[in-house]
Design a protein around this ligand. Structure first.
Ligand code: FES
Length: 572
């Protein structure tokens, strides 16, 4: 079908909204409450209004379905006037602290206000005075900055299926908050941070730890080291030369971190390889010795939070392996001081992660002091005057956590843990490597749930990959049904996996996630070693320290326990 946008005929698909068709056709219609990749909103902001033939009213293009022959005008004087009036009202009741707001320079509201020509607050409206919620170690909420667009509510309910926050109160007192709860820390929130990633203002943001890191770097009594998750360099490549690989970007990042004062930079991908060896061994142990099945992965901290907060009955199903961040943290503390003379100084471990839930995890477990999201890196560069885009210097990650196989890099995407685990489990179960290209195509993709069976020697392993918490809640009963005979389930909380994490850049959309996943597949394809157990550093670690997978030493450093955190069981 064809519709006309500003007099130009454009192709539209069945079910598409005018806003979607306009975007695809290069017409930028301002919008605040709708998201390209999430279910349609309640059309609350009305910034997307257009004029349509046959209607005397302005219509919201985010809910107006394309119909053959429909003709709309997106930027008429009447439309521009209406949008500007709406924006002026939003600005009138918004705090005027943009100079010190954490979203300064990255605020959709202020960008839209500028686009619409709103240069000053023409109206003086009543201003809200809600307390700021800083109770959570991962996410902070400032309800005064909320424009009630509802994106966070849509994402929390309809995409993630968690439902921790919702609209509460009436009229001017309406706000978004956890139900009946004084703070996010004791709510049903799992800290995935998808709300923060889609918030157009500073109403929900990650707990900023840049100050803590800057203070540690300035402390002469501290040795500060960083570990970098595989998703981060795969994301930073956006906007940079396509000829650069993920490894080159990691080395550029390592050089920039050293330039601002880090004493060493490690690759968390090393710990991803280690996680796979431990996790595949645990799976085999459970299968052979009648352990609880299916075993669920435990590397996504928001998923672990979901189990602890919503379904503690599933704790026996969780692998006891720590996440790569926490394995790396424990090993850095165990090994680095023995290799490097700290000269009485304290060791500070900083993680650079695509994830806000990692901040909660780092506080919950020992090993990591501070966690910076991919977004916070920009603030760190700002403090030290680093223009990362022009930094071409490279520094390889530091030993002993410098190497990562293709399997470890795949960890950053949905299905990657499963693919890496299959490669190692095949050796453990069948006594031989997967033949030929070790790509496990069934684990890849962006569907919500993928189930498949892998044959390893005489054995068959029944496996499932869950892409995003929203799909999990719909299918959990089926996954647990003994009839399905599943052995192993990978769960990534954020759609697309870590590359779509809650700490990733604000403009992350479906296309960006797809491109990041392709980059991971490419780096895996080009890797010299593609199986976690081939990582020479991991092999040396077993020889020198751990002995074997699931040993006493590995349990002490690499495994963990879980807690029932249902909101009613937490003391406020
Ligand atoms: Fe259409 Fe908000 S984007 S009403």
């Amino acid at each position: 079908m064809k519709i006309s946008i500003n007099g130009k005929k454009v192709e539209a698909k069945q079910g598409e909204t005018v806003l979607q068709v306009a975007k695809r056709s290069g017409v930028d219609v301002p919008h605040l409450c709708s998201l390209d990749w999430a279910p349609s909103p309640a059309a609350s902001c009305r910034l997307c209004v257009v004029e349509a033939d046959g209607s005397s009213r302005l219509l919201t293009s985010c809910t107006l379905e394309a119909a053959d022959g429909l003709a709309v005008q997106t930027h008429t004087p009447r439309v521009l006037k209406a949008r500007r009036a709406i924006m002026e009202l939003l600005v009138a009741s918004h705090p005027q602290d943009c100079l010190s707001c954490v979203r300064g320079g990255h605020c959709e509201l202020s960008t839209l206000a500028a686009d619409l020509g709103v240069r000053k607050a023409r109206y003086v409206g009543a201003v809200k005075h809600h307390p700021v919620d800083i109770s959570s170690p991962a996410l902070w909420r400032d309800p005064d900055k909320c424009v009630l667009c509802g994106r966070c509510v849509t994402v929390c309910h309809d995409v993630q299926g968690v439902g921790a926050i919702d609209f509460t109160g009436r009229g001017f007192k309406t706000r978004v908050a956890p139900g009946f709860s004084p703070g996010l820390n004791v709510s049903e929130c799992v800290f995935c941070g998808q709300c923060a990633r889609v918030c157009p203002t500073g109403a929900i943001v990650e707990r900023d730890q840049v100050d803590d890191v800057v203070a540690a770097l300035a402390d002469p009594d501290a040795v500060v080291v960083a570990q970098v998750a595989p998703a981060v360099p795969a994301t930073l490549m956006e906007g940079h030369s396509k000829s650069e690989g993920v490894r080159v970007m990691l080395e550029r990042l390592a050089a920039a971190l050293k330039r601002v004062g880090f004493d060493a930079v490690f690759d968390t991908g090393f710990a991803a390889d280690l996680t796979i060896v431990e996790e595949a061994s645990e799976l085999l142990d459970r299968v052979r010795n009648g352990g609880v099945l299916p075993m669920f992965t435990s590397c996504s901290p928001a998923w672990v939070n979901y189990v602890e907060t919503h379904r503690p009955d599933l704790i026996p199903h969780l692998s006891t392996c720590k996440s790569p961040q926490q394995m790396a943290g424990a090993l850095i503390r165990e090994i680095y001081p023995k290799r490097t003379d700290l000269d009485g100084r304290r060791l500070v471990v900083v993680s650079v992660m695509p994830c806000t839930a990692k901040k909660f995890e780092a506080q919950d477990l020992d090993g990591v002091d501070h966690v910076l999201t991919t977004r916070e890196l920009d603030h760190l560069w700002g403090r030290f005057g680093v223009d990362f885009g022009t930094c071409t210097e490279q520094a390889p990650p530091d030993p002993p956590f410098a190497e990562t196989t293709g399997a470890g890099r795949l960890f950053a995407g949905s299905g990657g843990v499963m693919e890496a685990a299959v490669r190692t489990a095949h050796l453990l179960v069948a006594g031989s490597e997967l033949e030929g290209d070790p790509k496990v195509a069934e684990a890849r993709g962006r569907e919500g749930v993928r189930r498949f069976t892998v044959t390893a020697g005489e054995a068959e392993l029944n496996l499932a990959v869950v892409n995003g918490l929203g799909r999990l809640t719909e299918t959990l009963d089926e996954l647990l049904d003994p009839q399905t005979s599943l052995h192993f389930v990978e769960v990534m909380s954020c759609p697309g996996g870590c590359v779509g994490g809650g700490g990733q850049p604000y403009d992350t959309d479906v296309q960006a996630v797809k491109e990041r996943l392709e980059r991971l597949y490419e780096v895996d394809r080009r890797s010299r070693t593609r199986r976690a157990h081939e990582n020479a550093g991991v092999q040396a670690l077993y020889e020198d320290l751990l002995g074997r997978p699931l040993s006493e030493a590995s349990h002490r450093l690499l495994h963990r326990t879980y807690t029932d955190r249902r909101p009613h069981s937490v003391q406020v």
